[in-house]
Design a protein around this ligand. Structure first.
Ligand code: BGC
Length: 533
C-alpha cells in the first residue's frame, strides 16, 4: 500500500527526450553523456524528478515506443554504462529518474516477434496475438486512426494477422501468455536493480483483448498491473509506478485500485480544458472536470501536464468541443494530427507572455504532480511540417551557435527551429540566462514560488465564488503552511477581482505587491495571483 505521503506527492517532474537534449559525440543525436552535462540546467529549474522517454534499442518508427530490446540502450544514445553514469549524476544532484516502460507492445524488430512470425511452433508465437481473419475484437477503437485502417495487420511470413493497438510496426504482446508476464517482470527488475526510481508505464489500458468488449480497462489488465505493483512494494519499496491511461477520471479510478495498483495516474481530461477555459474566458470547463474527478485512495496522486511529446490530445472532449478546439488552436489543417494538435505550448498561446504566465500559474496551482516538457522551459517553438509528432521534438536550443549548441554534427536527427519568432539564434538558454524577465527566469520563479508553499504543493482545493465567468478563484489549504488564494483572470480585458477581508500579499508579483483589505483586487487581462494573508 502507498505511504500516506511519498516523495512524488510534492515533486515536480521534467520530461526528457534524450535524443533531443544534447549530443556529446557529434552524431546528430542527443545522448546520455550529453544529457549529463545539462543536469545542472534541469536541476536549476527547480524540478525533482526526470522522466526519461524510451531509450531502448529501437528502429524508432514510433520514436522509441517501439522497443526492440527491453534491457539495452539505443546505440545512438550511448551504452548501459552511460545510462548508469546519467543515473548516478542525477542522483548526486538530488534528482530522481523514472523511465518509460512500454508493456503493451514491442517492435516488429524485437527478436520475440521475429522468432514468432518465422515459426508457428516457436515458444515465442504465443507472445503475440494472432488470427486467421481480421474480424476479432471489432468493438475495439483504432487509436492512430489517421494512419492505421485496422488493429490487425497481415504478416506474410507468419501467414496470419497480428493484433496491434498502435502502429502496425508495434505488435501487442499477449498477456494471456504467462511467459509474457515473466518476461515483463524480469525487465522491470532489471531497471529497478540499476537504481531507477520508477516507471511511467505507457499505454496500460490495452494489455488484454476480450470479445464483446472495447478491449480497454479489462479486469484481467488490473490483475496483471497489481502484480507489477506487488513487485515494487515487496522488492523495491519507495519506487513509483505511474499510469499513462488516456481515459475519463472515473475510468481511471480502478488504476489506483485500493491503493494497491498505480501510485500515480496522468489526469488527461483536465489538460484540454485549461486551454479551453483560457480561450473562452470561462472558468466552467475547469470547475466541471475537477468536480467530475472522484476522490482517489489515500497516498495516491494525479499527474498533470500542459504539453508533452505527443499531439495535444483531444480524445477526452466531446466532438463539438474538439471541433471548437481545432478551430481555435489549430486553424491550419496541418496543425491537426489524429484527434489532436501538433503544436508546442508557446505557439499554442500565440507567443503571448500574459497567456503563458496565466496558464502556467493555473496549472501549477492545481492539485497533482506537475510535469514540464523539455524545451517549454524556454518557450520553444515547433515545426508543424515535420512528420507525425516530430515537430514538437526538435533539438533543444542552448545557444546561437551551430545547431543551437545542441550538436556539432552536419545534420541533426531533426532540424533545429530556425524561423522567427522561435529561431534558435534569438530563442535559446544562453540568451535567457541573461534576461531576468525571460521565460526561463519565469519558469524558475514559478516553480520556486510554488514549491515554497505547502498549500500549493499538496493542499486541499476549495472553490471561491466569483460572479464573473472569467474570474476563477480557489483556495489551497493545508495544516503545514498558510492557505493560498489562487486568482485568475481568464479574459483579455481587465476585471475587478474578489475583495479580500485582510491585507493579502501576491506571491506572483515579483515586486512584492500587497492588496489592502476591503477593496476589490484589480485583475489585469490574462493574469494570475497567488495571495497569502
Ligand atoms: C506514447 C506515444 C506512443 C504510444 C504508443 C503513447 O501513449 O505517449 O508517444 O506513440 O504510446 O506506444
Amino acid at each position: 500500500m502507498t505511504e500516506p505521503k511519498a516523495w512524488f506527492h510534492d515533486a515536480v517532474f521534467f520530461e526528457l527526450n534524450i535524443r533531443a537534449y544534447r549530443d556529446s559525440d557529434g552524431d546528430g543525436n542527443g545522448d546520455f553523456r550529453g544529457a549529463i552535462t545539462k543536469l545542472d540546467h534541469i536541476k536549476s529549474l527547480g524540478v525533482d524528478c526526470i522522466w526519461v522517454q524510451p531509450m531502448y534499442p529501437s528502429p524508432l518508427r514510433d520514436d522509441g515506443y517501439d522497443i526492440a530490446d527491453y534491457t539495452g540502450i539505443h546505440p545512438d544514445f550511448g551504452t548501459l554504462d552511460d545510462f548508469k553514469a546519467f543515473l548516478d549524476a542525477a542522483h548526486a544532484r538530488g534528482l530522481r529518474v523514472v523511465i518509460d516502460v512500454v508493456m503493451n507492445h514491442c517492435s516488429i524488430d524485437h527478436p520475440w516477434f521475429q522468432a514468432a512470425r518465422a515459426d508457428r511452433n516457436s515458444p515465442y508465437r504465443d507472445y503475440f496475438v494472432w488470427s486467421d481473419t481480421p474480424d476479432k475484437y471489432s468493438e475495439s477503437r483504432i487509436i492512430f486512426l489517421d494512419v492505421e485502417p485496422s488493429n490487425w495487420t497481415y504478416d506474410e511470413v507468419a501467414g496470419q494477422y497480428f493484433w496491434h493497438r498502435f502502429y502496425s510496426s508495434q505488435p501487442d504482446l499477449n498477456y494471456d501468455c504467462p511467459a509474457v508476464h515473466d518476461e515483463m517482470l524480469r525487465v522491470l527488475r532489471f531497471w529497478l536493480d540499476l537504481g531507477i526510481d520508477g516507471f511511467r508505464a505507457d499505454a496500460v489500458p490495452y494489455l488484454y483483448e476480450r470479445e464483446g468488449t472495447n478491449c480497454e480497462n479489462l479486469p484481467e489488465t488490473h490483475v496483471f498491473l497489481k502484480k507489477v505493483r506487488r513487485l515494487l512494494d515487496e522488492e523495491y519499496p519507495g519506487r513509483v509506478l505511474i499510469a499513462e491511461a488516456n481515459q475519463w477520471p472515473e475510468d481511471l479510478l480502478p488504476y489506483f485500485g485500493d491503493g494497491d495498483e498505480f501510485h500515480v495516474c496522468f489526469h488527461f481530461p483536465i489538460m484540454p480544458r485549461l486551454y479551453m477555459a483560457l480561450k473562452r474566458g470561462d472558468k466552467m470547463p475547469i470547475i466541471d472536470i475537477l468536480s467530475r474527478t472522484p476522490p482517489i485512495p489515500p497516498g495516491t496522486q494525479w499527474m498533470t501536464f500542459l504539453r508533452n511529446h505527443d499531439e495535444l490530445t483531444l480524445e477526452m472532449v466531446t466532438p463539438e468541443e474538439r471541433q471548437w478546439m481545432w478551430e481555435q488552436y489549430a486553424p491550419e489543417p496541418r496543425m491537426r494530427l489524429n484527434l489532436g494538435i501538433r503544436r508546442r505550448l508557446m505557439p499554442l498561446l500565440d507567443n503571448d507572455r500574459r497567456r503563458w504566465l496565466a496558464l502556467n500559474a493555473l496549472f501549477l496551482s492545481l492539485p497533482g504532480t506537475p510535469i514540464l516538457y523539455y524545451g517549454d522551459e524556454i518557450g520553444m517553438g515547433d515545426d508543424i511540417w515535420l512528420p507525425d509528432r516530430h515537430g514538437c521534438r526538435t533539438p533543444m536550443q542552448w545557444s546561437a551557435d551551430k545547431n543551437a549548441g545542441f550538436s556539432a554534427a552536419e545534420r541533426t536527427y531533426l532540424p533545429v527551429i530556425d524561423e522567427p519568432p522561435y529561431d534558435y539564434r534569438t530563442l535559446n538558454v544562453a540568451v535567457q540566462e541573461n534576461d531576468p524577465d525571460s521565460i526561463l527566469a519565469l519558469t524558475r520563479f514559478l516553480l520556486a514560488t510554488r514549491q515554497a508553499q505547502p498549500a500549493l504543493r499538496s493542499g486541499a482545493l476549495e472553490w471561491v465564488e466569483t460572479d464573473d465567468a472569467a474570474v476563477l478563484a480557489f483556495q489551497r489549504t493545508t495544516e503545514d503552511g498558510p492557505p493560498v488564494l489562487c486568482l485568475f483572470n481568464l479574459s483579455d480585458s481587465p476585471r475587478p477581482g474578489i475583495t479580500p477581508l485582510t491585507d493579502v500579499r501576491d506571491l506572483l508579483a515579483r515586486e512584492g505587491r500587497v492588496y489592502p483589505a476591503g477593496q476589490p483586487i484589480p485583475l489585469a487581462s490574462f493574469s494570475a495571483h497567488w495571495l497569502v494573508a
